[in-house]
Design a protein around this ligand. Sequence first.
Ligand code: NAD
Length: 254
Amino acid sequence: MKDETIFITGAGSGMGQLAARTYAEQGYQVAAVDVNEKGLLETAENHQNIRTFNTDVTDFAAVQQVVDETEAKIGPIRRVYNAAAIMPLGKVVDQDVEVFHKVMDINYNGVVNVSKAVMPKLLERNSGELVNFASLAGWVPILYMAAYNASKFAVVAFTEVLAHEHQDSHVKVLCVCPPPVKTPLLDQARDTVWPKVFDQGDQIEPQDVLNAISQAIADDELFVFPGKRTRMGQRMRRWFPGLIWKNVHETEGF
Ligand SMILES: NC(=O)c1ccc[n+]([C@@H]2O[C@H](COP(=O)([O-])OP(=O)(O)OC[C@H]3O[C@@H](n4cnc5c(N)ncnc54)[C@H](O)[C@@H]3O)[C@@H](O)[C@H]2O)c1
């Protein structure tokens, strides 16, 4: 059993869950954080080296406590996956203001909270990796996604600055920007509004994202764009934003 710990938020579902189980099977200690109790039980099933924490990433004091407890009782945190998020969609005028605040609080402030709690420990040891989950939606805004887009643009900016502030250290900071991935997160779009443009590309597998992260850590890259056409999507937005919006309007019908 390795004595290094992998700290994962959003570990009760989707990519966080897959990452937790994969690292546990590789012999790492895993601290699995989520508010989804049932999901956490599923994650830890048959894995004695996964410790679960029912902790809300929006609560900085609780996050700091779970990070400290992990370091004291499980072992030094080697790698962090900040994967907790929500994705309710809708037009700005149709979504309650509370939804905007909640999306920002979980998707962005949650990443800030965990980064703030863990980075000092990684920097002190001058080793480790902080992997923040943004999205292709952190680069390409589309209809119905104002709340989610804004939260992911914020994660991109925050993570880029953090990475550059510590570019001379051996702590690696990564920002993952996947296209739609086959996880339960997409059900939140199905339950609210499903943008038709989501049907224009393939949804990739959670494992593809985890593989791309491992490769990016090995290659010392800040931004990770899993999937064949993802990087192109990001560049298209940069060079031809009008073309992207034309397609979005035509596809969504307004
Ligand atoms: N699935 C996609 O299409 C996709 C695409 C691009 C980026 N992402 C990003 O990848 C990451 C992982 O997403 P996923 O697809 O595995 O999602 P998922 O919905 O399967 O899992 C997200 C987990 O976060 C947890 N969570 C929500 N609020 C929380 C809180 N306040 N505190 C702690 N945990 C909380 C949920 O309970 C859930 O278990 C997210 O940051 C997501 O935005 C997903």
